[in-house]
Design a protein around this ligand. Structure first.
Ligand code: AGP
Length: 367
């Protein structure tokens, strides 16, 4: 069937606002909100036998892998090697027979990710993938597939596929944690409760996003924009910067806030806005002090945090985006939305082609 934009000017906005529904849809296949448990399909290995896992992807899907790394390490005590597919496929990485390699892709057709998958397969790994398109080359080559239920994603910039990948990975990490005896059922229930709130919290963010449109006006004339965060806020910063580059052609960088002093702070002056991703989590104070450092160099800060964070630091920023107070575990899923919206509104102000940015293709089927 022909897919329309509904009442929206762009597919991207339609896809952004679909997120509460499609996240819920994705969760419904393996998540029981009543019993607060996760039931995954049978997997061809035992989580307890794995000394580490490998996750490979490109672009936004790679940032989902990065976030998953923090989750698996935290709740499943499992080390995770993440890599972008174009590097992984050529660097002859030693893989121990019987390991697990997972591949994340909206399309299931990305050439480098598919080649990386084949490399892992030839090297005796169990192959799992997280794919949005029902029938795909990567799906056919995999031992098991988690299908995200984002529905067709038309905008070149990935939005809803990303957040659906994230909830899927969150559930896999929790299940791995339970199987490995790292978390008990009480902790599983607590994390599941946090996940089950995600669709409703995402809907709240979407209802109150007029503010983000106004903030876009404060930054759309910049030539360079920096995004910083720590923990899972770091990949969110990378994703924010990628989204902005793709859509608005403004040069943007995502950095781990703790790396600022190692170089990028040299860029900072009053012409370089800094987007600070800082949910109330164990990293908050550290990120807050990095925020103060960039403000001391006259950066205009846009501060993404929750009520507690904004109360503490919001007055120093040129603008704040208040997000719901949630368990830090699910924060990166929700903080993805304001960075998508900010990039969207900046692009609209610049008049660029939101759904079909120059030089980009929806799926990169040649390397
Ligand atoms: C994201 O906005 C991009 N257009 C791009 O980075 C994309 O995520 C990447 O090409 C991976 O695509 P895939 O998920 O279909 O493999």
């Amino acid at each position: 069937a022909m897919i329309g934009k509904g009442n929206h000017r762009h597919f991207m906005m339609k896809e952004i606002v679909e997120q509460p529904a499609v996240i819920g849809e994705t969760l419904s296949s393996f998540f029981n909100p009543r019993s607060r448990t996760i039931t995954l399909p049978d997997l061809p290995f035992d989580w307890k036998d794995l000394p580490k896992i490998t996750i490979v992807a490109c672009g936004t899907s790679f940032y989902a892998a990065m976030i998953a790394k923090y989750w698996f390490e935290k709740v499943a005590d499992l080390s995770v090697e993440v890599d972008i597919a174009s590097e992984f496929r050529y660097r002859n990485m030693p893989l121990r027979e019987g390991g697990l390699a997972m591949f994340i892709s909206q399309s299931g057709e990305t050439a480098d990710t598919l080649a990386a998958l084949k490399y892992a397969k030839e090297n005796g790994q169990h192959i799992g993938s997280i794919i949005n398109v029902e029938e795909s080359s990567m799906g056919r080559e995999s031992d098991f597939v988690f299908h995200t239920q984002a529905g067709p994603e038309i905008g070149v910039a990935s939005t809803k596929a990303f957040t659906c990948q994230l909830v899927t990975l969150a559930c896999i990490a929790i299940d791995a944690g339970v199987q490995r005896g790292v978390i008990d059922h009480e902790e599983e229930a607590r994390l599941c409760a946090a996940i089950s709130e995600v669709p409703a919290r995402a809907a709240e963010i979407l209802e109150s996003h007029v503010n983000i449109k106004n903030l876009a006006e404060k930054i759309f004339e910049a030539n360079d924009i920096l995004y910083i965060g720590r923990g899972t806020g770091y990949p969110v910063a990378l994703e924010g910067a990628l989204k902005l580059k793709e859509l608005s052609y403004i040069h943007a960088e995502g950095y781990a806030a703790g790396e600022l002093k190692h170089g990028p702070i040299a860029l900072i002056d009053d012409t370089v806005p800094v987007i600070v991703v800082a949910p109330s989590d164990p990293y908050f104070e550290k990120t807050a002090s990095n925020m103060q450092e960039v403000m001391a160099r006259k950066a205009r800060v846009i501060f993404l945090s929750d009520a507690a964070g904004i109360e503490q630091l919001g007055e120093h920023a040129v603008g704040s985006i208040e997000l719901p107070s949630v368990d830090p575990f699910v924060a990166p899923i929700l903080y993805a939305l304001p960075v998508q919206l900010l990039a969207y509104y900046v692009a609209v102000l610049k008049g660029t082609d939101v759904d079909q940015p120059r030089n980009l293709a929806k799926s990169v089927t040649v390397e």
